[in-house]
Design a protein around this ligand. Structure first.
Ligand SMILES: C[S@@+](CC[C@H](N)C(=O)[O-])C[C@H]1O[C@@H](n2cnc3c(N)ncnc32)[C@H](O)[C@@H]1O
Length: 255
């Protein structure tokens, strides 16, 4: 797919074939062989959730655009009383529901759960297998990021969604606003964004991405959050997976 229509306007979220998203191909392509960047994002997100306020409280946490990725759930699980996957693509919703029903744990999930446990520290006594607790706490909800209810959750995560679902800057900004406002005032935000990406291909289907800098992301979030920090992390200088040459990690507190 070209990234603009006949009049030259950039394509928006609705212009892409989300119903043809090949969830298992995506999982294998991006998480089949864990990369040190994934470990770093996992550690950073786990530490943010570990320290999310109020201290000691069991939190209602949402992950937006979850796709075929359980890492954000692992990061939030030790603090969560409920975990919501807010996802709009039917194949990803079906994939997630099936994944929670599996009795065996994929080696990749074992790896990322171990990284999460290490980030929380031994004093947390986390279980060897997180899947039963995930199954109990997780809710998979079909919904668009643009329609998220405001002030609903205590903390929110978003891995590669707002910048990876559109070529339109106005939609990116609307998606970030919806994400930032879906938590109560004072709620914790943690998000990862593709750096320097033009888009990505999954099983021959093209999907969009916006090219963003940490400064551009901070500027968008400053209107909706305090203590905003976006940093380029785990920088790789070549495309290690379709559309991925590095990552920007953002934290903030909703206001
Ligand atoms: C690049 S994938 C990221 C998947 C996963 N979070 C990860 O970390 O690998 C983008 C995700 O956004 C989802 N998505 C696309 N449009 C959306 C929308 N309007 N609202 C919510 N999610 C959407 C896709 O189905 C897909 O799961």
């Amino acid at each position: 797919m070209v990234d603009q229509d006949a009049s030259g306007d950039a394509n928006g979220n609705a212009d892409y074939q989300w119903a043809k998203f090949d969830s298992e191909a995506y999982f294998q392509q991006y998480y089949g062989e864990p990369h040190p960047d994934d470990d770093l994002v996992t550690r950073l997100a786990a530490k943010v959730l570990k320290n999310a306020g109020p201290p000691g409280a069991a939190l209602d946490v949402v992950d937006v655009g979850t796709g075929p990725n359980l890492i954000p759930f692992f990061c939030a699980l030790p603090r969560a009383r409920r975990l919501t996957a807010w996802e709009n693509a039917d194949p990803n919703i079906a994939w997630l529901r099936q994944e929670f029903e599996r009795d065996d744990m994929r080696p990749q999930w074992r790896h990322f759960w171990d990284v999460t446990r290490e980030a929380y520290g031994a004093e947390w006594s986390l279980p060897d297998n997180p899947i039963p607790a995930l199954r109990e706490k997780a809710v998979v909800t079909k919904g668009s990021i643009f329609d998220m209810p405001a002030r609903t959750w205590d903390a929110a995560t978003m891995f590669f969604c707002a910048e990876s679902i559109t070529k339109r800057q106005d939609e990116f900004e609307a998606a970030c606003m919806a994400f930032a406002r879906c938590v109560r005032v004072g709620g914790t935000l943690a998000a990862a964004f593709l750096a320097r990406s033009d888009g990505y291909v999954v099983a021959d289907q093209s999907f969009p991405a916006l090219k963003l800098s940490p400064e551009a992301i901070e500027d968008v979030f400053k209107a909706h959050a305090r203590d905003v920090r976006a940093e380029l992390i785990g920088i790789v200088d070549r495309e290690i997976r379709s559309g991925y040459t590095g990552c920007i990690f953002l934290t903030g507190t909703a206001r």
